[in-house]
Design a protein around this ligand. Sequence first.
Ligand code: PBG
Length: 330
Amino acid sequence: MMNFNRNRRMRANQSIRDLVRETTLTTNDFVLPIFVMEGSGKKEPISSMPGVYRYSLDLLKNEIKDLYSYGIKAVNIYVKVSDHLKDNTGKEAWNPNGLMQDTLKMIKDTEPGMITMPDVALDPYSIYGHDGIIENGQVLNDPTVEALVKMSLSHAEAGADFVAPSDMMDGRVVAIREAFEEHGHHNVGIVSYAAKYASAFYGPFRSALDSAPVENANIPKDKKTYQMDFANSREAIREVLDDVDEGADIIMIKPGLPNLDIIAKVRELITQPIAVYQVSGEYAMIKAAAQNGWLENDKVILESLHSIKRAGADLIFTYFAKEAAQLLNK
Ligand code: PBG
């Protein structure tokens, strides 16, 4: 059958394209993951993530002001823990004077409007590089949840706006929520990594924090007993619905580009905000290709972020946040 459709009419020039554009990206969409280290005057490059640095607290202070001035309103925080503080219990994670707790206080002191989302998981604190406590070659669920509750409470006490459990233990959202309610932290929220896949795209991040599972025949060599199989989709829905039930305020799907189908499905099912993490490996791929002159850096950054937003993300955790903010503010 014949028709007169000319879809190109709506693409004829930039003005009409702007008028019919369906997805708008702004700095309000971004959460920047940041890496913090001990010491002072330190800004160390992370070799697998060109343009990303680990900061000591004094230098991070200026960076926080800078980020806020670009319109970035939230940071997701990771600390590099010295080896002598690591063990199998993760107890340094709830040290009231630990590096994370000091970072939270500094950020709220420096820029009260900056929303803090500290990572909650034991891997940076674990001698084994796992997100939980290990016994007899297993990553234990319930004892790990108890540790995560202590960690979360100490973040709330240090002034966190949200906690971001990234560990994938069962039942930790409700346990953290209950502890927050009991201790009067009614307004501290939970960004739950609900559908987090066991992904090789986390490689560069693990070298940034020196937090990869260590090689030892007696411990699991990967995180597949708690992070999800990347071949599964219905399982992601179940994880998301469980975390919503348990009281998560924001639901995380991770990694980003490999999981656009999951983002779109979850968008249809829940009303809570969805956060998507464009992870270290996604960042590294784009940067490596751009450095070789194989891809156009700025265009690929914006395209990748738009497609994550278009799939259904409300928030995007991305190492490109500052660079993208500069591009969008141009
Ligand atoms: C740790 C954690 C990881 C990431 C965020 N939190 C690594 C992992 O699960 O092994 C990955 C982030 C990235 O790759 O950018 N619980």
